[in-house]
Write a protein that binds this ligand. Structure first.
Ligand code: NDP
Ligand code: ENO
Length: 474
């Protein structure tokens, strides 16, 4: 403890999240913060942190020996080895946490390698390192040790102004499988499909309407991030396999109904999934609710506002400015493409998957939604809310030939990701991810800025704040 009776905080792993935590905790008034990365990075870390007041140490032993609250912020797949190495050096009576996105391997490693006199109260900020912490869910998992440790952890993170959500290790993995893992599967598949059809969506007229803006911006955002984050939460979470496989199955089955022109079965299945997930009767236009409640405590019924995305807000975030020449060229080439609706197979399959698995996305969103999940429900809701839009997506799936090659690529991609995850092979995952990420990389700078602004604008809109699409995400 420091003179101010504050816990001394230690962070092992100074990557994107570790750095963000160290800087924000320091700015939020935590007096003493010791950090380390791999021993070979010690010298560069010392230079980088000069003058910040954050103290770099040579390795995790040094951090563990003198810190009261230690946060492991390393790759999920490295947790076992890193905790095996540094865990036994943990100070008597300290509290240990992991920032890991998937908790099953973390729990096992902590139980196995931490001394019995050490508490375990873990955390997980449900957002990436460039999104503001304010208002975002911060999951707290109290697993072992006195209840007072929870208050200590809450006090440490007070300055983040995050929304604390208390879950068990198992609840965490179940919720994040339903929210993150399956959502990422959809966006990863879109990226792979665009890569394999060698089309940059923003250069093709048919891809620039409202819903497509979210598809493109979030896909690019995901492919611009680190592959191991997505690989870990998909392949090390015991609950995630079922969701990802069901998504690929929904994509395949709906597509087969489309190409076999089985109109009744396709329509029945889509409208039934709409009713099951959103509660709206077939062909009924739902009213816009005047008021609703949002609850975050465990055990109560979770109700949340609809997201109500509008075409106007989405279109503010169109990606890429096409030259006049390019616009004319695209218009000539794809006049019929831009005016014809597409099947939105990725969204029809998402709602079908939620329906088949009994997933209630709004409840998850109220408890532990990430910004990406919120946007994904938002676009699904946008399509499914309007009977006209949904009917034209179904009709396009059955009759349209222009987008069918894209749908074929999407089916192959979704099946490929599902198979890859089922193999549990990190090298294969990395290869698949990097192949597409390289394809998109020229667009990352623009896309991450735009995606960040889009997330902020929509979150501000959600929390009733003024929407300012020009302001920066921190
Ligand atoms: N990025 C995100 O959006 C989010 C990530 N998370 C989770 O947070 C954790 C960290 O992710 P993120 O910061 O993005 O990933 P990074 O790859 O940026 O950071 C991980 C860091 O840990 C370092 N490391 C690995 N082994 C050791 C070791 N033995 N001792 C000290 N440092 C070590 C890595 O070094 P090296 O690079 O040399 O391997 C790297 O600098 C992951 O578990 C992830 O799932 C949680 C929420 C959001
Ligand atoms: O919002 C998402 O799903 C993201 O992609 C960012 C992210 C990645 C990993 C996490 O553990 C939490 C958030």
């Amino acid at each position: 403890m420091t003179d101010k009776n504050q816990p001394i905080v230690g962070i092992i792993g100074m990557g994107d999240m570790g750095r963000m935590y160290a800087k924000r905790l320091k700015a939020g008034g935590i007096e003493t913060i010791y950090v380390c990365d791999k021993p070979e990075s010690h010298e560069s870390l010392k230079k980088e942190l000069e003058g910040t007041g954050i103290i770099p140490l040579p390795n995790g032993h040094a951090v563990s020996r003198i810190s009261d609250f230690i946060i492991y912020s390393v790759e999920a797949a490295a947790m076992t080895a890193v905790v095996r190495e540094y865990g036994p050096s943990t100070k008597i009576g300290a509290v240990v946490a992991g920032q890991t996105s998937v908790k099953a391997p973390e729990k096992e490693a902590f139980e196995k390698y931490l001394p019995a006199d050490v508490g375990i109260t873990s955390v997980h900020s449900l957002h990436g390192p460039t999104v503001t912490t304010e208002g975002q869910p911060l999951i707290i998992i109290h697993h072992r040790g006195p209840e007072s440790n929870v208050k200590m952890v809450e006090d440490v993170f007070r300055s983040f102004k995050s929304r604390y959500v208390h879950l068990s290790y198992e609840e965490h993995d179940s919720v994040t499988a339903n929210t993150q893992a399956v959502t990422h599967a959809a966006f990863l598949s879109m990226g792979t499909a665009w890569n394999h059809s060698a089309s940059y969506p923003w250069e093709t007229a048919r891809y620039v309407s409202g819903v497509e803006v979210v598809k493109v911006n979030i896909t690019l955002r995901i492919y611009s991030a680190k592959w191991h984050v997505y690989a870990g939460l998909a392949m090390l979470n015991p609950s995630a396999q079922i969701q990802i496989q069901q998504y690929a199955k929904s994509v395949t089955e709906l597509f087969k109904l489309m190409v076999e022109n089985r109109e009744k079965e396709l329509s029945d299945r889509v409208w039934e999934s709409r009713e099951k997930v959103f509660g709206w009767k077939r062909n009924e236009e739902p009213p816009i609710p005047s008021s609703s409640s949002t609850s975050t405590s465990k055990g109560e019924e979770q109700i949340r506002d609809p997201i109500l995305l509008s075409e106007d807000i989405l279109n503010q975030f169109s990606l890429g400015s096409r030259s006049t020449e390019q616009q004319n060229q695209n218009q000539n080439q794809s006049q019929s493409q831009s005016s014809s609706p597409n099947s939105h197979l990725s969204l029809l399959a998402m709602v079908d998957c939620w329906s088949k698995l009994g997933i209630r996305p709004y409840e998850h969103l109220a408890v532990a939604g990430t910004p990406v999940f919120m946007l994904w429900i938002g676009v699904a809701e946008y399509l499914f809310r309007s009977p006209t839009l949904l009917s034209s997506a179904i009709q396009a799936g059955l009759a349209d030939r222009i987008h069918r090659p894209d749908d074929i690529e999407f089916v192959v991609a979704a099946r490929g990701w599902s198979e890859c995850v089922s193999f549990g092979n990190f090298d294969l995952y990395k290869r698949r991810f990097e192949e597409t990420s390289n394809f998109f990389s020229p667009r990352f700078e623009e896309a991450t800025k735009l995606g960040g602004r889009m997330i902020k604008a929509i979150q501000d809109m959600q929390s009733g704040k003024r929407t300012d699409s020009q302001s920066n995400v921190q």
